[in-house]
Write a protein that binds this ligand. Structure first.
Ligand SMILES: Nc1ncnc2c1ncn2[C@@H]1O[C@H](COP(=O)(O)OP(=O)(O)OP(=O)(O)O)[C@@H](O)[C@H]1O
Ligand SMILES: [Mg+2]
Length: 381
């Protein structure tokens, strides 16, 4: 009995729709094979995607049970008829594959096959796979129907669409890999900016507490409370970075208040005086506020860690339609062009990246002996 739906066009259309519905390469391959087998009433169907080493990167079958498939053993090499399909770019329609001079016998558990239709799947000049069908199901009990020229045509149409579906699925997987890589970079920056700074402050505060514990236990106690607070904040930041939330304080208090509070804490924790001023700043899009906060944090962190400055000044001002963040220190300065881009130093790279990601610009002005100014400008506001 034929499985083919009443209208050939409806069946082809259903097969094409099924192929385009999937995005993963594996699913696309399975759908192509199942559609081909169904459409041509074949007992067996297979699709092979060649690798570069004379084997198949993927070989998907339909009509063979899982146990049978396992029993057959390793994926076929590209030899005999299979190889021909991948190298000659034209269809092969055979009444009995076993009689073809290229036939080399089956592996032990391989089902026996007679009539055969093979067709390459091409994308331009490139053969990206091949479809194989065997044993056309035959209404006549005595068998021997074989695939027809019409079947071949039908399969050719299917193969053209299979090529598109396969190429799209590959592109989709590639772009998803890229997204994952970007996401990883983002998370690395996030962790660096948020958490490593908190831990650094925490270490300093713990050291201060240790130094005070004999001399001034009360103040040591105060510092230890601060250690606990910083640890709690580090935990929050870590969680926020992981679930991609922005710093909670930004939502609750806004950028100006958040910056002011954080700067007061730094001012108390460090020998350098750290001050903040703002004027005319309006609420900004969430992503810009977050980027400004992170850049301010890293610039402050750098100034306090590397510069030996006595004064660090942070300002947030409106300049026409733009909003400008400036972090200036009167420390030892450095040569921004000499900082190695790769390797351990993530801070400057991360700041540039963040500024750019919200349509802004980062400028670093510094030279040895002249202090440093990090400026970030965003267009909104
Ligand atoms: N305000 C500053 N004053 C003096 N030197 C600075 C200042 N900011 C940065 N630097 C110098 O530039 C280098 C690079 O800074 P960057 O933030 O990229 O990396 P890092 O602070 O060394 O490491 P990370 O930020 O990844 O923990 C620093 O190592 C330091 O030598
Ligand atoms: Mg840094």
């Amino acid at each position: 009995m034929s499985h083919r739906p009443a209208s050939g066009l409806a069946a082809v259309s259903a097969a094409l729709l099924a192929m385009s519905r999937h995005l993963e390469v594996g699913d696309v391959l399975k759908t192509i094979v199942a559609s081909a087998r169904d459409l041509l009433d074949a007992q067996y169907a297979a699709l092979g995607v060649p690798d570069d080493h004379g084997g198949f990167a993927q070989f998907v079958v339909d009509g063979v049970s899982d146990e049978q498939w396992k029993a057959i053993g390793p994926l076929p090499r590209q030899h005999g008829i299979l190889a021909a399909m991948l190298h000659q770019a034209r269809p092969e329609r055979l009444a009995d594959v076993r009689e073809d001079p290229r036939f080399g016998g089956w592996p032990d558990a391989h089902p026996d096959m007679s009539d055969f239709l093979g067709l390459p799947i091409t994308d331009g000049d490139e053969i990206i796979g091949a479809l194989f069908l065997a044993n056309k199901q035959c209404p006549k009990p005595e068998g021997g129907c074989g695939f027809t020229a019409e079947d071949e045509e039908l399969l050719a149409t299917l193969a053209q669409h299979a090529a598109i579906a396969l190429t799209n699925a590959r592109l989709y997987e590639r772009s998803r890999e890229l997204t994952i890589a970007e996401e990883r970079t983002r998370l690395a920056h996030e962790l660096h900016d948020a958490v490593s700074q908190k831990l650094f402050s925490l270490r300093l505060t713990a050291q201060a507490a240790a130094a005070l514990v004999d001399r001034d236990p009360d103040r040591a106690k105060g510092e230890l409370h601060q250690v606990a607070n910083l640890a709690a904040e580090a935990v929050d930041e870590l969680r926020a970075a992981v679930v991609e939330l922005r710093p909670a304080a930004l939502d609750e208090d806004g950028l100006v208040a958040t910056l002011r509070t954080q700067i007061q804490v730094l001012d108390r924790a460090h020998d350098a005086s750290v001050t903040f001023g703002s004027s005319g700043v309006r609420a900004l899009p969430a992503s810009q506020e977050e980027a400004l906060l992170r850049v301010a944090q890293e610039a402050l962190h750098n100034a306090l860690r590397h510069s030996g400055a006595a004064h660090v000044r942070v300002t947030l001002t409106r300049d026409g339609p733009a909003t400008v963040l400036r972090v200036t220190d009167d420390g030892g300065g450095f040569d921004p062009t000499a900082v190695r881009r790769a390797g351990r130093h993530l801070g400057l790279v991360s700041m540039r990246h963040r500024a750019k990601s919200v349509g802004g610009r980062l400028t670093v002005v510094s030279e040895p002996g002249e202090g440093a100014t990090i400026e970030m400008e965003v267009p909104g506001g």
